[in-house]
Design a binder for this molecule. Sequence first.
Ligand code: MSP
Length: 660
Amino acid sequence: MPKFYITTPIYYPSGDPHIGHCYTTVACDSIARYKRMQGFDVMFLTGTDEHGQKIEEKAKDKGVTPKEYVDEIVATFKKLWSYMNISYDRYIRTTDDYHVESVQKIFKELYDKGYIYKGEYKGKYCTPCESFWTESQLDEKGCCPECHRPVTEATEEAYFFKMSPFADRIEKLLTETDYLRPKTRATELVNNFIKPGLEDLCVSRTSFTWGIPVTFDPKHVVYVWVDALSNYCTALGYKNSAFEGDFEKYWPADVHMVAKDIMRFHAIIWPAMLMALDLPLPKHLAVHGWITFQNNKGEAQKMSKSLGNVVDPFMLGERYGVDAIRYHILREMALGADSGFSNEIMINRINSDLANGLGNLVSRTVAMADKYFGGTLPAERQADELDEQLKSVLTGIREKVDTCIDETRLKNALEEIFVAVDRANKYIDETEPWKLGKNEADKPRLAAVLYNLLESIRIISTLLMPFMPTTMPKVWEQIGADENICSYENADKFGILPENVTVHKGEILFPRIDMAKEIAELNAIIEKNMAEAKAKLSAEEAAGAFTPAELAEQITIDDFAKADLRVALVKSCEKVKKSKKLLCLQLDDGFGGRQVVSGIAQWYTPEDLIGKKVIIVANLAPAKLCGVESQGMILAADTPDGGASVVFPDQSLPCGSKIR
Ligand code: MSP
């Protein structure tokens, strides 16, 4: 049995997955399903890329270990893939033991062969991208050329991978073979990275620990991209014993699919690593663009959590069905180009192609077979020349789709199938079966027309199965077919359904979407998300831009000792009448109690404070505020936005404890 090995990138579990992550995964899934249908022994790999400084820092912020942090997000990724019907054969986590073992062996082999050597790294490092850049690669502002955030100067002992020995072979791979798809991207890679001279790559880090240790120098961890890229081989058991025989069987990969931002790693570094390891190179690298978010001014933005414009696949799936979402993203994205996501385009696409085009074809055909023949077609038929035109289009699409799949052009594959949908719908208009149904003498012709339509639907639904795996079995049920009849082998032939086929009216496959209503609801969701993200960002920016008030004049320790600071419990608290700013608090100060008035009513309600211990200046001369006596004051810090934040001491301290 021929084999077929396809991979997605392994995703960073650094936030919830979104519709952008779905694109590659759904695309690879559709290809994997198509290849299985063709009879290939398929290995479809996906997974998560779990090491690196970024993950280490995020986990620290959350107060959990990096492994705990990634475990939680990996579960969300897996939930999404199961929701989107992703039929992966293997899921690799770079924290899996077998992968760690293999990466260590790969690093050692490259070192032993002299391709990895120890040196000193001086250069620019982008932490969010975990990438080193040379001066000439930085953008015009001196920032990371990929994410445009500031880079930091880094100097440290590090291991380097010699890239120059592979430069010529890589240039040939990119320019003279069809490894890279689309090939038009080869020029930018050659001009930007190879022509200026391939620089050696820094492949170890010592400034953090969340990575795979270098066995012979364990204060170094392996550079996250070397760790990550190796997954494509380690997941097949390369240099480990987890998957006996798979590496020999499936390597080299037939398709690595990635988005443009990580093309460089797959087009240059990965081939260089494989060349150094004396391994065969993957056959194709398919590079697609991003799903960008089209805002209401029609501008394309990269989806990002901080802009609040990420599109949630669960939310879309709940509204329109997973298959409609799978269809939409695959139908919109051409290999190599970006694709703007907008709710209008999505709804139009679902309504026109799925509800009107495919849905109508199925429901009209089945309804007519039901109405005119009680569901079962009679054997007596009358053919017409028109039928041959339909048949020749329908029996020809499989070959066209095969080519598109082999060239990773999924948008075109769907376009081809929908040419057939349109042709079949046109055949209904040409043959006017509703007129034939009125006349008994026309029944044999009507039976032929409906049979030809059912056959068309069989071919169409067979070829659509890899793209919309939930809906197509429902179509088969309606046209009286099953997965044996709807096989790949039968998809270029006419006359497969039994002569007296029986149809079954079923649910509407793709209900028409009320555009105005849905757009209003979806826009409200996205506007809310964007407003929340903006508020969060401005709070963070305000915090970042905070300049502390100037320091007061110097005092001696004796001066300070004059202030008597004590812990006190807020027993009760109420707003001071006639004042918007003041709260009056009754305190247990450990000395029989006292009343303090504090100007914090704009930021605290009485309920926020009752039962809490605070710090008071206990020997402050009493004063009247709004006519209410205050015996001391509560300590609070100024906040960057001009507010106040009460200082809460360790709540187990007894009332009256002195602070010094
Ligand atoms: N961990 C690396 C890949 C290592 S592969 C050996 C990584 N992970 S990622 O999670 O940041 O991105 C994974 C893939 O998802 C990339 O190809 C990235 O471009 C893609 N996408 C992320 N957002 C996307 C869109 N909005 N649209 C399309 N693809 C998007 O990079």
